[in-house]
Design a binder for this molecule. Structure first.
Ligand code: SAM
Ligand code: DTB
Ligand code: SF4
Length: 344
């Protein structure tokens, strides 16, 4: 088991983890995946284990690869909000759905940098900039490259989620200093068409290949609780786990239901099924950071604790995701203190 070196943070009494030794895990996850091939049935079998057996397996895999008490903390900022041309059935930012989201143009550089400084002061190690685009046009990308450069210069890891990338765009993002690109597969291929019709699964895989080809770390996961079956939840994990190099970061979002979107009113997912999904992600992608993403606001402390026990080791930190709410930073600080979790 890895025992991290801890050092007192300069600005407060929290313990900050020295993560150098964990970088070895990232290097490991960048190796070609020739060993673990997971069939959908294998993953369904994990979901079907008695809960305690599943948790034990997940926690064992987790401890073989990570410090079980360290959680990576990212802060999100919506740098361009609403008015999106796509039809993602879960998304409050799609122009075609009538939601309360107000369209806002691309933020000014100084405002983004100020938000990143605040995130850093609050203890985030990664800053993720999200834009409601199908994909960036060249005139959109240029100001974003400047944001990435300046956020990186603050000493933060940088992440962006801007939609589909065209040839040559991943190169520019890499050059600007981008560490991670988030682009989710969202769900299993066979359920995908029920949720999105304006771009294909293959489009998404191609963007991920562009990101990977530039040695930008891949952040890719999905949303559960959209009415998919357990087989389809397993199908999403199989897609991710069987990639030649599985994503370094795997966000598992619980659908945040927003009025006005087609998926509003979907039957709520049982929270223990969410925990099972986290556990199955941990077991099938042992060296990836598994992020407990959207949906935490509606979860009890106990459910979140079970997610950490199941192997989640990353969260979004700060009171807002892109347009919807997230727990207050102070609430998360208290939860981490209660659980003895240290921030990475
Ligand atoms: N427009 C870009 C794109 O779609 O790739 C980037 C931003 S988009 C909002 C990023 C991801 O947020 C989506 O792929 C989806 O997985 C997640 N997301 C969006 N709305 C959500 C919701 N209501 N609940 C949970 N996750 C959501
Ligand atoms: C991801 O997988 N989840 C984040 C991030 N990547 C960009 C987004 C969640 C969005 C939730 C809905 C909203 O706030 O608009
Ligand atoms: Fe647009 Fe992204 Fe929302 Fe889809 S998820 S509608 S691409 S902002």
């Amino acid at each position: 088991m890895l025992e991290p070196a801890t050092t007192p943070a300069a600005s407060n009494n929290e313990v900050v983890i020295n993560t150098d030794h964990l970088k070895a895990n990232l290097d490991k996850s960048c190796e070609p995946n020739t060993v673990n091939r997971w069939s959908v049935d294998d993953i369904v079998a994990l979901f079907e284990l008695p809960f305690s057996d599943l948790m034990y397996r997940a926690q064992t895999v987790h401890r073989e690869n990570f410090d079980p008490n360290a959680v990576q903390v990212s802060t999100l900022l919506s740098i361009k909000t609403g008015g999106c041309s796509e039809d993602c059935g879960y998304c409050p930012q799609a122009a075609r759905y009538h939601t309360e989201v107000e369209n806002e143009p691309l933020m000014a550089l100084d405002d983004v940098v100020a938000a990143a400084k605040e995130a850093k002061d609050n203890g985030a190690s990664r800053f993720c900039m999200g834009a409601a685009w199908r994909g960036p046009k060249q005139r959109d990308l240029e100001p974003v490259l400047k944001m990435i450069e300046e956020v990186k210069a603050l000493g933060l890891e940088t992440c962006a989620t801007l939609g589909m990338l065209k040839e040559g765009q991943a190169e520019q993002l890499k050059e600007a200093g981008l560490d991670y690109y988030n682009h989710n597969l969202d769900t299993a291929p066979e359920f995908y068409g029920e949720v999105i019709t304006t771009r294909t699964y293959q489009d998404r895989l191609e963007t991920l290949e562009r990101v990977r080809s530039q040695n930008i770390h891949v952040c890719s996961g999905g949303i559960i609780g959209m009415g998919e079956s357990r087989n389809q939840r397993a199908g999403l994990l199989a897609q991710l786990a069987n990639m030649e190099q599985p994503p370094e970061s795997v966000p598992i979002n619980l659908l945040t239901q927003v009025e006005g979107t087609p998926l509003h009113g979907t039957e709520e997912l049982d929270q223990l099924e969410f925990v099972r999904t986290i556990a199955a992600a941990r077991i099938t992608m042992p060296t990836s950071y598994v992020r407990l993403s959207a949906g935490r606001q509606g979860m009890s402390e106990s459910t979140q604790a079970l997610c950490f026990l199941a192997g989640a080791n990353s969260i979004f930190y700060g009171e807002k995701l892109l347009t919807t709410g997230n727990p207050e930073a102070d609430t998360d600080k208290q939860l981490f203190a209660k659980l003895g979790i240290n921030k990475i």
